[in-house]
Design a protein around this ligand. Structure first.
Ligand code: HPA
Ligand code: ZN
Length: 335
């Protein structure tokens, strides 16, 4: 597939943990800046440790990496670096996940990270014309009480946050654990999303839909095990934010060629392609499109459909989606 075509397609990135965009070089720079001791002697040694066997083995390193984020400028620099990569990849709209509890647990409050994230997003809108939203994720291995406290702590920043999400260790922490938190979040006007069906069973996807009333399922690849669930996802045009390189790195699929993305697309599911934690999983969003298209033999029309799905699934007003969708049609028609 022509790389210019993949890059030129207007894409929305809908599943990106901003803490997962922290490159090893930046981890070392910030560790030096703040005098934080690292477990690894060099950038190369840290990168070599990115050899994961499952979700938890990744999360352990990911949370350790985030410990070097200490001041507002660190959050700005990390976010700006991601946005420069996104711009180069043809991303026109991005919805960033952030994990407040990873920071508040270390004494780094909303007043530190929120302005850093927002300042970078505003700069990207002005400089690149990239639109954005923020999605605040609760860490599901922590308690319901802790999630409620996080929702409360976000009150002064309510207007900057579009949706709440659910991430971290999935198995053993079903969506039902956060039913009441999400109900309160919806009362406050937040939209909702949740990671479900990455390592967890289809039952977790049902819970995310029925109990958390999500607008999108993050990952959701195990939905294919349940034909009734697949039929529902198609009928409701429920978007899945799939992250192919992540799935291979975390051993959800053995190889990209064995990934079920094309099967789900063929069955009519609103699948999108995203990078998840690009600094850890070997590629930003364009690399995910590139490698997935190659491994699964996707046609130009199929790749255009993935981009179209991403724009349609974005938390943007319809009028802002239209120019992007028209551009996708024009690029496809231009052959
Ligand atoms: N799954 C769950 N939690 C996460 C992920 C993921 O893919 N990335 C960052 N936190
Ligand atoms: Zn994720």
């Amino acid at each position: 597939m022509n790389d210019d075509f993949l890059r030129a397609l207007p894409k929305a990135e809908l599943h990106l943990h901003i803490e997962g965009s922290l490159e090893p070089e930046t981890v070392f720079r910030l560790a030096g800046k703040h005098g934080v001791a690292l477990k690894y002697p060099s950038v190369e040694a840290l990168r070599a440790a990115y050899d994961f066997s499952d979700l938890q083995s990744f999360l352990d390193i990911y949370y350790a990496g985030a410990d070097v984020l200490r001041d507002e400028q660190d959050f700005y620099d990390m976010t700006w670096a991601y946005l420069e990569r996104a711009q180069a990849d043809g991303v026109v709209h991005t919805e960033l996940f952030f994990d407040p509890q990873t920071h508040t647990a270390r004494g780094i409050g909303f007043e530190v990270f929120m302005p850093g994230l927002k300042r970078a997003l505003d700069a990207a809108a002005a400089r690149f014309g990239i639109s954005s939203r923020l999605v605040m994720c609760f860490l599901r291995h922590l308690s319901e009480e802790d999630a409620f406290a996080t929702l409360e702590a976000a009150t002064p920043w309510r207007d900057w946050i579009t949706a709440v999400g659910l991430d971290s260790s999935e198995v053993g922490h079903p969506p039902s654990k956060f039913e009441r938190v999400f109900a309160r979040a919806r009362e406050l006007g937040y939209l909702t999303v949740a990671h479900a069906g990455e390592e967890g069973p289809p039952a977790y996807v049902y819970e995310a839909l029925d109990l958390l009333k999500v607008s999108r399922i993050d990952h959701g690849v195990r939905s294919l095990e349940d034909p009734a669930l697949m039929a529902r996802l198609v009928a409701e045009r429920m978007p899945l934010t799939v992250c192919p390189l992540s799935n291979v790195k975390l051993c959800v699929f053995r190889t990209l060629a064995e990934h079920n993305l094309k099967t789900m697309l063929d069955q009519g599911v609103a699948v999108t392609v995203n990078s998840d934690d690009p600094a850890y999983f070997g590629g930003y969003v364009l690399e995910n499109y590139r490698q997935t298209a190659a491994a699964l033999g996707l046609t130009r029309a199929e790749v255009a459909q993935l981009a179209r799905n991403s724009i349609e699934a974005a938390f943007l007003p319809e009028a802002e989606k239209q120019p992007h969708l028209a551009r996708i049609d024009a690029l496809l028609a231009a052959g």
